[in-house]
Ligand binder design. Structure first.
Ligand code: ATP
Ligand code: MN
Length: 153
């Protein structure tokens, strides 16, 4: 049923909880697994100079060590968990607004299922859903599995 599964990750504990569910589904459906880290350009505007923001928007965030390390750590975690199950995970990096990038990626790659956390790195826990997840739900026609860390405990 699901030929391709997308796991967007921000490297948070909740995203990591979602990874296990995603991989379990991937195994059962023998699906191709993609994981995607989006450098959030809006959030960066506050902390970086214009020149750096332009570089990231041009997709050249790899030149910036700290950002690259964070992104790679997040996707590498997914790849490693996949390897433990004998699954091959493709790692992707993009810059933009996370929900837009996730929705576009899902459409471009014809992803059948997006699996993501209810929360991420920065959210207020009393909110039912983080803003990225909420916006993805509003931006895509693809199936989305939202893994709630509180249920998963
Ligand atoms: P908020 O960002 O609204 O303050 P939050 O950080 O708790 O709240 P979200 O950012 O919506 O919640 O995170 C929910 C899920 O969305 C994460 O578990 C992850 O799967 C995905 N996600 C969030 N940010 C990114 C990102 N930059 N790149 C890829 N996936 C992301
Ligand atoms: Mn967030």
């Amino acid at each position: 049923m699901y030929e391709r599964i997308l796991i967007p990750t921000d490297g948070s504990d909740t995203a990591e909880v979602a990874v296990e569910e995603a991989l379990e589904v991937a195994e059962r459906f023998d699906a191709e697994v993609h994981t995607l880290y989006v450098v959030n350009v809006d959030a960066m505007d506050l902390s970086l100079g214009t020149e750096q923001v332009e570089r990231v928007k041009a997709g050249r965030f790899g030149e910036m060590d700290e950002l690259e390390a964070k992104a790679r750590e997040a996707t590498e975690y997914v790849a490693e968990r996949g390897r433990e199950r004998g699954l091959d995970v493709s790692e992707h990096f993009r810059a933009g607004q996370p929900h837009d990038v996730v929705a576009d990626f899902a459409a471009d790659r014809d992803v059948g299922l997006i699996v993501m956390g209810s929360h991420g790195r920065s959210g207020v826990r009393r909110m039912l859903l983080g803003s990225v997840t909420e916006r993805v739900l509003r931006s895509t026609h693809r199936s989305v599995l939202v893994v709630d860390e509180r249920e998963a405990e």
